[in-house]
Design a protein around this ligand. Structure first.
Ligand SMILES: [Zn+2]
Length: 275
């Protein structure tokens, strides 16, 4: 780690927290997101809670307390969601909605679906429809390969192309813990349904263009859900509000027992949120 980066991290911890003593700063992973290269650092402290510091080449540095179920993946997606949110606030209130609607964070998937859609015409041969169904299935695999990285798959002995297990792993990392149970199950059920539906189509002899349209729409649905979850993750730490003045501008104080403690920068009120 460069000395300058180290100094910036220490400064960030000093500005955003109070009473923490840094033991060590470790670079956990460097990720290449759609819009920036993000470095994920874990700041080991002498207190009960360690901290994550994430920083990009073109996006701001931010700090998060490390929670029990946190993984490098989950904090990465939280950070990406937050940065996307921040960008949306500075550019345009509805920027993120338009961004999700028009661009999506999966340009490869969008490109492939558009190519497939061009070929869906009344009167195309059943052989052509079958090849389109296969292409749609391939697109689903691209999505799962994008979401569940090689590293994540290798660590868990999951083969490339194993859609269900890849998505299960990705979703489990994205939504860890008890409170995320319903999100996990909703997301997994949709994944399974979409995969099963499309796996049946590639063997179907009486395939129609309507099957292909539904197939395309099912991939769009899954893409849209993944999009939304990745860019609008629950961020309890960042969404904490002062109970007195509702300001979201605060510094984090040393945690006590089972609480995160905060001090409002606006009115000075001290308040806690359960760990
Ligand atoms: Zn306040």
């Amino acid at each position: 780690m460069k000395e300058k980066e180290r100094e910036k991290i220490i400064k960030c911890v000093e500005q955003e927290t109070e009473g923490f003593e840094i033991d060590d700063i470790q670079l956990k992973e460097t990720k290449h997101s759609y819009f920036d290269t993000i470095k994920i650092y874990e700041v080991i402290t002498k207190s009960k809670v360690n901290l994550w510091v994430l920083t990009g080449d073109h996006t701001p540095m931010n700090l998060y307390p490390k929670k029990e179920y946190d993984t490098v993946e989950s904090i990465y997606y939280t950070h990406i969601g937050l940065i996307a949110n921040l960008c949306s606030q500075t550019v345009h209130d509805y920027f993120i909605l338009k961004f999700i609607k028009d661009k999506s964070i999966f340009p490869i998937v969008d490109m492939k679906l558009k190519e497939i859609e061009k070929d869906v015409k009344i009167g195309v041969s059943s052989l052509k429809l079958l090849s389109l169904a296969n292409m749609i299935r391939e697109t689903l695999l691209s999505l799962s390969n994008y979401l569940c990285t090689n590293e994540l798959r290798n660590d868990n002995n999951i083969k490339e192309g194993d859609f269900k297990n890849s998505m299960d792993l990705f979703i489990g990392n994205l939504f860890p813990g008890k409170t995320n149970k319903s999100r996990r199950s909703f997301f997994k059920n949709i994944c399974n349904e979409v995969w099963t539906f499309n796996s049946v189509l590639v063997h179907k002899k009486d395939l129609t263009i309507y099957d292909i349209f539904n197939s395309i729409n099912s991939v769009k649905l899954l893409t849209s859900i993944s999009n939304n979850y990745l860019t609008s993750l629950e961020m309890p730490f960042n969404k904490g509000k002062c109970p007195i003045c509702e300001s979201e501008d605060y510094i984090m104080l040393k945690p006590s027992n089972s609480n995160y403690n905060y001090k409002c920068k606006n009115c000075g009120e001290k308040y806690s949120i359960k760990i």
